[in-house]
Design a protein around this ligand. Structure first.
Ligand code: GUN
Length: 281
């Protein structure tokens, strides 16, 4: 089975559109999302454009602040502080990666945790790992929803996550632990990645290595979620060898059209949730 991320994303965005419309009649205003982009990284520019377009489609107020590559760190931090105080802004996202002279940690920690739609602020990371309510990073949230759409009961499943990033691997671990999975988190120093994958009921690949996961790494009946987006001479490919693995796995996400569209829908969902939380306090 091929997991259709586009379809799942469209359904979620349709739901959000209705929610936003109801919020508008209740509060006479709509959620607002501000994205800060620094520099000209081509993939980042595409992501930001897609985020903006999707936000507008569900009725969220969208603003993109685009700074040149050489902008001073202080300008970005001051802008975030200003946005933190602005009631019209429900969510703030600073697109990563940032240029080297800007301290990513400082930037993330300057965002008010209640407006951190990326779920990267230590308050949100800590709440997630303690099992409390928090804003969950968009990509692992998207993966999680696709896994749950495929299989409701994950009790006791063995999940293998490839990659230990703050954006994906680590929060993915927390989400699957909450579902009572046994989680193995693997990375570049893992001794025998193939053997680890071979034991997995669920594989989430998020390392940025084209077609790393091969058919003989995957158990029959495994669910395979591919977070990778790698540009190669033969076009965009994931971290999983889709042509091979799709013949073996029970369910697999394609690239493109799998996790990517869900990430954006989850960002919009986080923005709506931040808006609601700000008004329920
Ligand atoms: N760059 C790639 N993915 C992401 C993401 O989920 N959030 C942010 N802020 N930057 C990214």
């Amino acid at each position: 089975m091929i997991i259709d991320g586009k379809k799942a994303s469209a359904a979620l965005r349709e739901e959000l559109k209705e929610k936003v419309s109801k919020l508008k009649s209740t509060y006479n205003t709509v959620p607002g999302l501000t994205v800060i982009l620094v520099g000209e990284d081509p993939p980042s520019k595409i992501y930001v454009k897609n985020k903006e377009k999707s936000a507008v489609e569900v009725g969220i107020n969208s603003e993109v602040i685009h700074y040149p590559d050489n902008i001073e760190e202080k300008v970005v931090l001051d802008k975030i502080k200003e946005l933190n105080k602005n009631d019209k802004v429900s969510g703030i996202l600073v697109q990563l990666p940032l240029p080297k002279h800007i301290d990513k940690r400082k930037v993330i920690e300057t965002i008010d945790p209640s407006k951190d739609v990326d779920g990267l602020h230590p308050v949100n990371v800590g709440n997630l790992s303690s099992g409390y309510d928090s804003t969950i990073p968009c990509t692992p949230m998207g993966c999680y929803l696709l896994i749950k759409n495929t299989e409701k009961n994950l009790n006791g499943k063995h999940a293998v996550i490839i990659g230990r990033s703050n954006l994906n691997g680590k929060p993915m671990t927390q989400l699957l632990l909450k579902e009572n999975c046994t989680v193995t988190i693997t990375h570049s120093k893992t001794k025998d990645l193939k053997a680890e994958c071979k034991r997995a009921d669920i594989i989430v690949a998020a390392v940025g290595k084209p077609k790393l996961v091969k058919a003989d790494w995957v158990k029959k009946d495994a669910i395979v979620i591919d977070v990778g987006i790698n540009k190669t001479d033969s076009g965009l490919v994931g971290d999983v060898d889709f042509d091979e693995v799709s013949k073996i796995a029970k369910a697999i996400t394609p690239v493109p059209g799998g996790v990517g569209p869900m990430t954006i829908a989850c960002l919009l969902s986080n923005t709506v949730e931040c808006f609601k939380r700000a008004r329920s306090n």
